[in-house]
Design a protein. Sequence first.
Length: 132
Amino acid sequence: MAYSNHKIAYTPEIAYPELHSVTERHFKRQPVRKSQQKKHTSRAEYILYIMINAALLFGVIQSVRALVSDSLHLSMLVNSQHKVQNFYTETRHENQLLQNKIKVYSSPSGIEELARNYLNMVGQNELPVRFQ
């Protein structure tokens, strides 16, 4: 039975080609001809490349815009945090002053001072004196 590939017909009388071991020269790349280097792009591929580049450019622009916007918002938040922290410190200081006044005016001598100064009261065996 004969096998054919249009060039050579092998018959049992013809011997098979001799096999050789694979060497480095078989793995070396053949030089590329200039005619093989040029790839002709079709119009559809050209439009696809333009669309991909436009999408990438849009993504980069949006990323930069988001970074700038977020950094501005972050700086505003940091400033706001400092203002709130200062207000909190002032409020705690005022609260401490009020707590001290409560302690002073809760004692009997503090209550007596309030009655004398703000309610125009006098103690027993005292005479009220008014200056005009």
